[in-house]
Design a protein around this ligand. Sequence first.
Ligand code: C2E
Ligand code: MG
Ligand code: MG
Ligand code: MG
Length: 283
Amino acid sequence: DDNLFLTEITRLLDLPQDIIDNKSSLPLIDIITGLAHNQFCAFYQPIYDLRQGKAVQIEALARWRHPTMGILGPNQFIGMLEHEGFISLLTHRIVQTGLDLLIRGPDTQDLRLSINLSRRLLDDREFLDWLVEQVESRGLAFDRIVLEITETMAFTNFGHTLATLLRLRMRGFELSLDDFGTGHTTLEHIKNLPLTELKFDRILIKDIHRDARSQSIIAGMANIARELGLRMVAEGIDNPQDLDFLCAHHPDIELQGFLLCKPVPAEELGRHLFPSCQSSRRA
Ligand code: C2E
Ligand code: MG
Ligand code: MG
Ligand code: MG
């Protein structure tokens, strides 16, 4: 029975006993089975530069094609994978399919690919060496790969994180600070981390067209980012007013959000490399 199997796996893999007590609707056993049966994949969400009128980047977002529950998002499984150390299995798959997509083209040949990295992987030398090899063996330019780290991640064990990020940056990877505005980033971190991109969390973007405080924060932070030569991405664009506002005031901020395009399977990406929805203020 499932519980026995799980107990056995727990023992074999030397996992903490408490995982079998997990009463989540998606126990680890389902996830392991899903990984074994290749049920995990990535959807891709374009990030647009409206000055160029096209997508310049795609973000790989993990999805689980669950046999009975349909397509599940990361909030339903990433936490558990991360906790139990299976996140590298998933990320291997996401990296490989994402990199293959970049070279398969023709539509994706100019795009950068964003990969979300969990804290655990940033500390995993073996994984990072593997990642370098995957990019190299495909002959891809490292600066087409954007590694997204989150604000909270950047803090724990800062010295070690800094050393790792410097190494990745020197290799040529682009480095993005994701969900900026929700964590605890200090200017010291912004100053010292070798970032190439800031991603403003949707908490700062949502309703920016009528929220004076968001407007001020984005204006100030955007100036800092420009001074530092960082690219900027605004996530969570889900209404035309916010799109108009950002186009009018910050045309250099790249845009990602449901209004422009939801995350889609690779096969559908080709149709979405030009935004279906343009700002009305754009010439
Ligand atoms: P994230 O990296 O901040 O990704 C953006 C999330 O916002 C995605 O949710 C995306 O679908 C959603 N989003 C995009 N535009 C809009 C919008 O206009 N409105 C709203 N309400 N949401 C929007 P998703 O795919 O559910 O991913 C959630 C989080 O899971 C991601 O947040 C990321 O932190 C994590 N994640 C996703 N894939 C991976 C992965 O392969 N590895 C790791 N470690 N984490 C992942
Ligand atoms: Mg992200
Ligand atoms: Mg984000
Ligand atoms: Mg986010």
